[in-house]
Design a protein around this ligand. Structure first.
Ligand code: ATP
Length: 430
């Protein structure tokens, strides 16, 4: 039996993954089949609160060897590879509805959705929700076809994300261990030793996005007063456990391992940007010299197969902007980013410089073609005139090639400025 939920939290409090731990506790008569899934959806959806994450669990009576995948207030959580017996949908619905009604932040704008189904929705609901915009009516039709149970609160927009999370069949996957704070600490400053995070990042190569060595800042803890203590992401579930347990911090009250689409680039549409509120990977040629505007954002234009497009590396991308500032007209790029509607600008997430164009700078006026003397400029359209014999010339000035500051290669923003779904270069083997 699949149970999926979304849109339960607000910026002020709660977290959909914490609500999943509450659900697992409340439905403790059943086992987890596989890992709980934390599925990130279109990061450009205008109405998301934060990271546009939705949750899906599979529950039943497990079969085979159990694996410990979490601990909730001293209660170990086991996951099984197979199902011996399905969970009772009516019971699951009653318990889940009660947990969400109690904990979801509907009074702070959440619009929760809960879906319970023995069968997964069609895969396209995941791909559409991670790459585009999905209508609730389409989702409701699919849930009806499946004979799924569903509950929506305050408009139930969360039904879209819940359905998409349930529809995910991983093509690429990563893992995240999330730890949660004891209730009495919620809203207080988090106690985490950044040096232990740095050491973990250096010693555990299959983890990613944990520590920003450029700024010396850790990136594992949220900045909101939510119940999360920290989250560590990685490619290898075993090493991830060792990594998470090596972090020195206040004692977590809970931890749970999730399977996730984070760091997979699943959100990217291949081809030159068309509709806004979506993310794309495409080829382009730099058309203008990058300029820095107020706020430290860097803008430049590229030519794509769909015409010219403004691209931006925003201030939070820090040192990545130096790469962008070094681009010059004619450079061939592979660009990754989200297209905003207003102003219509591509927010760069990653960049491959495929080839750089030669950059030349004027070093002298042309020599006189008659006597070989020095010339002086006659203004914008006037060419040059010889200082010695007065002959005019339309020869171009003498130029020399300037060494470029940017070399062909791959570039990405620092850890603190990355999207949940963006595939780090580290995961691309680069
Ligand atoms: P989280 O805090 O858990 O990381 P979030 O708070 O940013 O996520 P949600 O509260 O889950 O975001 O709100 C996102 C809302 O947008 C949900 O109601 C979800 O159903 C809806 N949604 C997500 N993706 C799409 C999409 N592609 N098309 C339409 N609606 C979507």
């Amino acid at each position: 039996m699949f149970v999926a939920l979304d849109d339960t939290d607000s910026l002020e409090s709660m977290c959909t993954t914490y609500l999943a731990t509450e659900l697992i506790k409340a439905l403790g008569v059943y086992d987890l089949i596989g890992l709980p899934r934390l599925v990130r959806l279109n990061p450009a959806v205008p109405w998301k609160t934060r990271g546009n994450g939705a949750l899906c669990l599979r529950l039943g009576i497990g079969r085979g060897e159990p694996t410990m995948v979490g601990e909730l207030d001293d209660m170990p959580v086991y996951s099984y590879g197979r199902t011996a017996e399905e969970a009772d949908p009516e019971f699951v619905l009653t318990v889940a509805e009660d947990v969400i009604s109690r904990l979801a932040r509907t009074e702070e704008g959440a619009s929760p959705g809960l879906v319970i189904s023995a069968e997964k929705p069609a895969q396209r609901f995941y791909w559409q929700a991670v790459r585009g915009i999905v209508e609730k009516t389409d989702v409701l039709q699919e849930l009806q076809r499946l004979g799924a149970d569903l509950v929506g609160w305050e408009g139930g927009r969360g039904l879209i994300g819940a359905t998409a999370a349930m529809a995910w069949r991983p093509r690429d996957r990563t893992y995240e261990i999330i730890t949660y704070r004891a209730r009495e600490r919620w809203g207080t400053p988090r106690e985490i030793d950044p040096l232990s995070v740095r050491a973990m990042d250096l010693e555990r190569p299959s983890t990613f996005n944990s520590f920003d060595h450029g700024t010396g800042r850790m990136a594992i803890a949220p900045h909101t007063p939510c119940p999360v203590l920290f989250g560590v992401r990685g490619d290898d579930p075993r090493e991830l456990m060792a990594a998470a347990f090596s972090i020195r911090s206040e004692p977590p009250a809970r931890w749970l391992m999730f399977l996730s689409n984070q760091g997979t680039d699943d959100h990217l549409i291949k081809g030159a940007p068309g509709s806004p509120d979506r993310s794309y990977v495409f080829l382009g040629t730099v058309a203008t010299v990058p300029r820095t505007i107020a706020g430290g954002h860097v803008l430049f234009q590229v030519t794509t197969s769909h015409g010219p497009l403004e691209c931006a590396a925003y201030e939070p991308t820090k040192g990545f902007r130096d790469v962008v500032r070094g681009l010059r007209p004619g450079d061939r790029l592979r660009l990754f980013g989200e297209l905003r509607a207003e102003p219509r600008t591509l927010n760069l997430e990653k960049l491959q410089v495929i080839a750089t164009a030669p950059e030349r700078r004027k070093v002298a006026n042309p020599r006189c073609p008659v006597c070989g003397g020095a010339t002086k400029s006659m203004g914008a359209a006037g060419g040059h005139r010889c200082k010695r014999c007065g002959a005019r010339t339309s020869d171009p000035p003498v130029t020399a090639e300037v060494p470029r500051t940017v070399a062909p290669g791959w570039y990405e923003p620092p850890v603190c400025a990355r999207r949940h779904l963006s595939k780090p270069l580290k995961r691309m083997g680069l």
